[in-house]
Design a protein around this ligand. Structure first.
Ligand SMILES: *[C@@H]1O[C@H](CO)[C@@H](O)[C@H](O)[C@H]1NC(C)=O
Ligand SMILES: *[C@@H]1O[C@H](CO)[C@@H](O)[C@H](O)[C@H]1NC(C)=O
Ligand SMILES: *[C@@H]1O[C@H](CO)[C@@H](O)[C@H](O)[C@H]1NC(C)=O
Ligand SMILES: *[C@@H]1O[C@H](CO)[C@@H](O)[C@H](O)[C@H]1NC(C)=O
Ligand SMILES: CC(=O)N[C@H]1CO[C@H](CO)[C@@H](O)[C@@H]1O
Length: 343
């Protein structure tokens, strides 16, 4: 056998010519794939469809300005980091198996998103639309969603119809928009555990907070007062962030934060002059950069004895109008678990 024929035979053994059986095939450039591994015929040229993971299609970061066509078998579609401007009604006609749809970091505007484009995606669970130019939540989003990210857009208003019936929605990222009003849109979200509304233009806390809420982020809005007992019915709530608002003592009804279950409360960068009363179970309290003039131990402990003390571990009071000398000596008993007190 001549040496050159040996080489050819060896290559044939190494490069499978049959239909995409090679587990590393998807790593190669598509043209190479087509030639040697046989990429699925229905994969658009501008995307990658790994033969080893036939339900995924990767079209991210390719400078796309329009939607590629999506084969019906695709469940996981990656379209982020492109310059896609429009999502016409027919764009996802065949994509009825989609479970994840990633469209973040594109140039979508609400006018260019079809009214019905999402309506046939009955199994969609994850929709990422953050960092686009949307000024409203697209109509007819699938009610099957579990994780909706639409932060960093220009949304001004959320209406009840936008989110109604999303019984399984667990995570809702709406931060860094221009929302002034949430109306009663949250009430029906019975599975919601994380609500991020930070970086908007809210002047008040939305009504009807979902009962399963666990993390509630409202920092960097324009809220100056809180409704009476607004954390009352939220038995799962552990993290509340209200930093960078315009809260005053007058705007916080007594015992607003004296709710058991709360683990972390961030009230930094507001206009408070007093330390609000908090539950003895609270572990981390951030009050830096307010105008607090007095260290009121009663805000943490109403009674102090062997069994009654605060569970506070972190207390930040730096950037206020008090100093270390303002902390009364009996604090040691009440705040016996506080490892960090910054003043
Ligand atoms: C949907 O599938 C049909 C048939 O394969 C095809 O002709 C059509 O172009 C597809 N539409 C889109 C938007 O991909
Ligand atoms: C929510 O999830 C359950 C269980 O997976 C499913 O049966 C139900 O249809 C989902 N609800 C919606 C509105 O899609
Ligand atoms: C939202 O707040 C920003 C900064 O505070 C302001 O520039 C903008 O005009 C406000 N937008 C609306 C819609 O109120
Ligand atoms: C918190 O509320 C309980 C009753 O629910 C009350 O006994 C306690 O004194 C309150 N704590 C503070 C610091 O006001
Ligand atoms: C406010 C509070 O937690 N009070 C408790 C203090 O400790 C006694 C027992 O010593 C409890 O009965 C109180 O409920």
């Amino acid at each position: 056998m001549s040496p050159s024929l040996e080489v050819v035979l060896l290559l044939c053994a190494l490069v499978p010519l049959s239909n995409g059986q090679d587990p590393l095939g998807w790593l190669f450039h598509r043209h190479f794939q087509n030639q040697y591994f046989g990429s699925p015929q229905d994969c658009p040229d501008e995307c990658d469809c790994p033969p080893t993971f036939p339900v995924a299609m990767y079209c991210d970061g390719r400078g796309l300005t329009a939607m590629p066509s999506v084969p019906s078998r695709i469940k996981y579609l990656y379209l982020q980091n492109n310059a896609i401007k429009a999502l016409p009604d027919s764009a996802l006609d065949n994509a009825t198996s989609l479970v994840w749809l990633f469209l973040h970091h594109n140039q979508l505007t609400s006018d260019a998103v079809g009214q019905k484009v999402f309506s046939r995606l009955e199994g969609l669970e994850r929709l990422y639309l953050q960092h686009n130019n949307l000024n409203s939540i697209p109509p007819s989003l699938p009610r099957s969603l579990r994780d909706l990210r639409i932060n960093h857009n220009n949304i001004e208003k959320v209406t009840p119809a936008d989110l109604e019936g999303m019984d399984n929605l667990t995570l809702l990222h709406l931060h860094d928009n221009a929302i002034t009003d949430m109306g009663a849109s949250l009430k029906t979200l019975r599975s919601l555990t994380l609500l991020d509304l930070s970086g908007n233009n809210l002047t008040k806390v939305p009504d009807g907070l979902p009962e399963q809420l666990h993390q509630f982020y409202l920092e960097s809005n324009a809220i100056d007062s809180l409704p009476e007992g607004f954390l009352g019915g939220l038995a799962q709530l552990q993290f509340v962030r209200l930093a960078h608002n315009q809260l005053t003592d007058k705007g916080i009804p007594p015992n607003t934060f004296n709710v058991t279950g709360l683990v972390e409360l961030d009230l930094s960068y507001n206009n408070l002059e007093r330390i609000p009363s908090v539950s003895s179970t609270l572990q981390h309290l951030y009050l830096q950069a307010n105008h607090i003039k007095e260290f009121t131990l009663g805000s943490f402990c109403s009674i102090v004895d062997v069994t009654n003390y605060s569970k506070l571990q972190t207390l930040r009071l730096d950037g206020n109008e008090i100093g270390r000398e303002d902390i009364p000596s009996e604090s040691a008993l009440c705040l016996r678990q506080a490892f960090t007190i910054d003043i």
